[in-house]
Design a protein around this ligand. Structure first.
Ligand code: SF4
Ligand code: SF4
Length: 188
């Protein structure tokens, strides 16, 4: 089986925003779209600043490609689905814009594209094409700090599996039972 997943290393991230800008340029850049849901440019990566605690902390949140995805369970048309590669995807031709998926997602990982009236999320069309061609998603490719990885969890030699084997990491909102596949590395 293949279970593609994302990793973001919080301990290496320098908060440069290159991944966010690259997502915008690759997946939405030529259209002038904005992401009003997050008050943001059109990108599938959300920057969350936590100001409590001894120092401000930055979190980058995006679709967790949950193995047990609430967005898929509530979708009345099958537009949201988990593909055989383990990624959760949207078939725009089946989407009726009901937004049930946006409400169901505990990570608030989907945003509304006002131009099309449809929800968007990681991964965008350009990133899916890149992965099909054997390339990394753009956020991983551009990160100057090596803070991102992507690959197959079921392949022990994949970039993500090798990184996880050497790292301490968490998954977000694990208690929700969503089985998220977005790994937040907190240190070696
Ligand atoms: S993070 Fe949200 S949008 Fe992504 S698969 Fe999980 S429930 Fe669906
Ligand atoms: S490109 Fe890398 S270092 Fe920059 S914000 Fe994204 S994850 Fe962090």
């Amino acid at each position: 089986m293949t279970r593609l997943a994302h990793l973001w290393d919080q301990s290496r991230c320098i908060a440069c925003g290159a991944c966010i800008a690259a997502c915008n340029a690759a997946n939405y850049g030529s259209t002038g779209r904005v992401n009003k849901t997050w008050g943001w440019l059109a990108s599938n990566i959300k920057r969350v600043e936590l100001v409590r605690g001894p120092r401000p902390m930055l979190f980058l949140v995006q679709c967790q490609h949950c193995d047990n995805a609430p967005c898929v369970a509530v979708c009345p048309t099958g537009a949201s689905y988990r593909d055989v590669d383990g990624l959760v995807k949207i078939k725009p031709e089946l989407c009726i814009g009901c937004k049930y998926c946006m409400v169901a997602c505990p990570y608030e990982a989907r945003w509304l594209d006002e131009e099309s009236g449809l929800p968007r999320k990681c991964m965008g069309e350009e990133c899916l094409s890149r992965v099909k061609a054997g390339l990394e998603p753009v956020c991983v490719a551009v990160c100057p700090a090596g803070a991102r990885a992507f690959g197959d969890l079921d392949d022990p030699n994949s970039a993500i599996s090798r990184r996880l084997a050497q790292s301490r990491y968490i998954r977000l909102l694990e208690g929700k039972g969503t089985e998220p596949k977005y790994f937040v590395v907190v240190g070696p």
